[in-house]
Design a binder for this molecule. Structure first.
Ligand code: GTP
Length: 342
């Protein structure tokens, strides 16, 4: 059985970190996001198809050097084809039922249970569903008691919402779904294909789950996934190897070879490998890229500092992105599309 992992987006909302790396390789508790996902795949999935485009070589290198006990196929689209287009582009590798998963979602969904549900229902398509409080910001599903989805309703008013359940970004599909997708085109699975499957087959199901679900699309959710996982593991912080940490770290994570000076406080922040922070610094809700140097006495709050940047001593920044290097060629200056219709 195959799983297609969608990992070809630019991740523009996570710039400046995606200027230099594929979003799916961003570390979560010092382990690439995509690795967390691959570890949740059921045993039955023996082949992983990585639908990639931007920074393909980094993803390929990661899987070349890390073994997950599954066959890995790196499938590069000539250009980003959207969720539907990327799935169609992987058609030649599909042998039966298959998963389609967003690389950037960290959640407690049990894919083995979802597979069991899908088989029991004899579904053509099953999508994972997550309950939200703020229905008016999402597309919600109209769902029957037996789990059949009859339609999607985009951003309804709370009083008109047919449910509080949104598409949580994991799909289990039967091979005939591929026939609905035109090859070589930019196609959205969610907007263009799913409505047709609902209408033509009546066998489109939703699988609800509980626990946690975090779409790691923005800097704020990148930080909150760390805080959430640390709390779940009852840890105050996680640090990598060869670190020298002289100040307190709370709800935070530091990679390898990180040095933090005396009287420096780090709260709800993520520091990548090789970061050096001087004395008397305060970092609050910050993400600090690889090999960044932060001078003593600085005060940063809600700040994202890209790889290899330097922050002078006694700098104060609030709500800022720090990036003084060229933006890579071809990197879009705005978000291209949004898979789960946030
Ligand atoms: P933003 O630019 O910040 O919206 O991020 P993104 O490009 O990652 O888009 P989004 O968060 O909507 O994508 C969700 C998942 O689908 C991510 O894992 C993306 O890598 C992936 N994805 C988005 N568009 C494409 C595409 O055209 N092709 C492939 N193969 N994957 C895609």
């Amino acid at each position: 059985m195959e799983a297609i992992i969608l990992a070809g987006g630019f991740g523009t909302r996570l710039r400046p970190f995606t200027f230099t790396r594929a979003k799916s390789l961003l570390p979560i508790l010092n382990e690439p996001m995509i690795s967390h996902l691959v570890k949740t795949l059921p045993k039955k999935v023996d082949t992983v198809i990585l639908a990639v485009n931007y920074r393909r070589e980094q993803i390929e290198e990661y899987f070349r050097t890390h073994d997950f006990g599954k066959t890995i196929i790196v499938n590069e689209e000539p250009e980003p084809l959207g969720t539907g287009g990327a799935v169609k582009f992987a058609e030649k590798y599909i042998t039966g039922s298959f998963f389609v998963l967003n690389a950037d979602i960290i959640c407690s969904l049990n894919l083995t249970e979802m597979l069991r549900f899908h088989e029991k229902k004899k579904a053509v398509a099953t999508i994972s569903l997550w309950p939200v409080e703020n229905v008016s910001e999402f597309g919600v599903v109209d769902i029957k008691k037996d789990g059949t989805i009859t339609k999607f309703v985009e951003k309804p008013k709370a009083e008109d919402a047919p449910s509080d359940l949104i598409n949580a970004g994991a799909y289990l599909l039967e091979q005939p779904v591929l026939e609905y997708i035109e090859p070589g085109k930019l196609v959205s699975m969610e907007k263009q294909i799913f409505p047709q499957i609902i209408q033509n087959t009546g066998r489109f199901f939703g699988f609800k789950f509980q626990g946690h679900w975090i779409d790691v699309g923005r800097i704020s959710s990148y930080i909150s996934v760390h805080v959430h996982l640390l709390e779940a593991q009852r840890k105050k912080y996680v640090i990598g190897e060869q670190c020298e940490i002289l100040g307190p770290l709370t709800h935070s994570c530091a990679g390898n070879r990180v040095r933090i000076g005396k009287n420096t406080t780090v709260e709800s922040s993520v520091l990548f490998d090789g970061v050096t922070v001087g004395e008397n610094v305060s970092l609050d809700h910050c993400v600090i890229g690889e090999k960044v140097e932060i001078g003593e006495g600085s005060n940063l709050k809600n700040v994202a500092v890209g790889d290899n940047e330097t922050i002078d001593k006694n700098t104060t920044h609030d709500n800022a992105i720090v990036w003084n290097q060229p933006i890579p060629q071809g990197y879009p200056n705005k978000q291209i599309g949004n898979v789960i219709g946030e």
